[in-house]
Design a protein around this ligand. Sequence first.
Ligand code: NAD
Length: 513
Amino acid sequence: MHSSEKKQLLKALGIHATNPGVSTGSKWIKTKGEYLASFSPADGEKIGSVQAADKASFNRIVTISAKAFKEWRTWPAPKRGEVVRQIGNELRQYKEPLGKLVSYEMGKSYQEGLGEVQEMIDICDFAVGLSRQLYGLTMHSERAEHRMYEQYHPLGVVGIITSFNFPVAVWAWNAMIAWVCGDTCIWKPSEKTPLCSIACQLIAARVFEHNKVPEGVSCLVNGDASIGKLIAACEQIPLVSATGSTRMGQAVGQQVVSRFGRPLLELGGNNAIIITPSADLDLAMRAVVFGAVGTAGQRCTTTRRLIVHEKVYVKVKERLVNAYAQLKIGDPLDPKNHVGPLIDQQAVDNYLGALEAIRQEGGTFVVEGGVLKGKKYTSGCYVKPAIAEVKNSFAIVQKETFAPILYLIKYKTLEEALDIQNDVRQGLSSAIMTMNMQEMEMFLSHRGSDCGIANVNIGTSGAEIGGAFGGEKETGGGRESGSDAWKQYMRRQTNTINYGKNIPLAQGIKFDL
Ligand code: NAD
């Protein structure tokens, strides 16, 4: 990006060369934390830096947020929803610059950056409606002249730890729902995308200030894993929503559970598409290619394994080779390109390590990978999407490598395909390409996919906010975003009211004095 364009972009979003990174809303707090430098994976240029939190500022933030909760929970939920509605409108105004910053700081295409901001707007809309629907059930009591019902109350301070690959949307999925539920939020964004968090905080804070929302409802604590660990250990944070690697989720989950907190984990995936003999291959190819190379393979829902019936295997392989030959790799802000860079050098090293492991385990490359060099690729983070024929049992195939590597696996029967699909430790997203109703229903039945998301004739990535999002097994079991995911942000209380003159005991127990 030209320096004048960069200046203009940062100015539009209120971002400076150096920024404080800890905030309680409209107030920014000075810390003794280090500055996190943010480099664009698109051109390797430094975009700016953000000061990280330290333990003292973190503790201060927790105190302020816990105090704000006491007031925020007294606001009627629809009034909280009205604030979120205004955030949605503000995001509509800032969609283009924020989408561009997402693209420039994270490396996904501009179109995907815009899509990510649209997802934030969508969840705002969803949360506004939800603010009038935080329903509990009523039930009939077994005792005469008694009434029973359950209601949902705000929970408290919610800790939100997010990954680099969705630097703005994952925060919104959590924060917008938590806010209408009456909770306050402390967000620790990825240390790889700190500037996106500054832009979001500024947008939310303006709306909060205008509505006289108490300081501390929207808190930001930039920093590395050490700040995430403080969140996991903090007894004043009853819910910790953590999105990232399985390794991180295991550490955070155990810590949160050990203090009887509630973890909400959204971790790695190892997603597969099954292509059956009846599949519409035109449709399947489009879903597979976007799923495998979109966001340079850095989506939790990226298609990593393609399980193809032997009858169509050769055809699918040929078509994939042709499609991959047409992929344009380069600057994510240039709409002509399909594939942008990986996030950083460490990601490139992981990618190269995976290619080597595939070779070592006996895989065959159908499309060779490699790092791209030259003037267009100054950041050093551009890699070629690769395809390899493998066995599902390879250790490398069992792992999530966050890069554009697609594994091809052949199958004979649908039962075998389903076993392969489920025979990994992760359980996020899955899909089947078929025009056969029996195959489709089998895939969706209890004998089918064991994932949190199971799609028919669309790929594994690109979920809508209306459904609950998340996965099973090592993906962590969490559900965020739509449907009834909001229940995790509240505490459920069962109430029994006696409006009679006797006090009968449940189960007919007699206790007469
Ligand atoms: P990461 O685990 O390296 O980091 C994620 C966040 O956790 C960062 O903010 C990081 O600072 C923090 N963190 C790391 N270790 C921690 C610890 N021990 N305690 C507390 N906090 C810690 O992940 P990443 O590289 O940023 O993101 C990629 C991963 O995220 C992939 O595995 C991807 O599948 C997953 N992901 C999952 C979903 C989902 O919804 N299931 C969505 C997006 C990304």
